[in-house]
Design a protein around this ligand. Structure first.
Ligand SMILES: [Zn+2]
Length: 129
């Protein structure tokens, strides 16, 4: 399996989550409901993300939570961190849930093809830091 080949236990580094991480939460109105995206930083580095959408106990909320946990795990791995950018480009940016929406980012109106597209775009640019 690819996952096993590219991510061994030793690739995960020794990053330990501190009790407190500083971050920001952005509320975005999407066609799927309000999306709350939290980005947390270890100093300057984006190190953990979480996102909430929809009602408690729904599959979409659970799937989005799982997606963010996996991405966070990759962000914390020195081996995987920079590889995520390619995956985000090829598999998540442009992910279309059939509910495109417009929102302002950095003061200008932008179109996103869905919630995952929005999350992927908003974290991709921060991974290189
Ligand atoms: Zn959506």
């Amino acid at each position: 399996m690819n996952v096993v080949k590219c991510l061994k236990e030793s690739d995960m580094g020794d990053w330990k989550r501190p009790k407190v991480l500083e971050g920001t939460t952005t509320k975005v109105q999407t066609e799927c409901g309000n999306l709350f995206l939290t980005k947390c930083y270890d100093g300057e580095r984006l190190i953990e993300i979480s996102a909430v959408i929809g009602r408690n106990g729904t599959c979409s909320r659970c799937l989005l939570d799982s997606f963010c946990k996996v991405v966070s795990c990759l962000l914390q791995s020195p081996e995987a961190r920079y590889k995520i950018v390619k995956k985000l480009d090829k598999q998540f940016i442009g992910s279309n849930c059939g509910q495109p929406f417009f929102t302002k980012t950095d003061g200008k109106q932008e179109k996103f093809l869905g919630c995952v597209d929005y999350i992927a775009q908003s974290i991709k640019e921060e991974i290189d830091r």
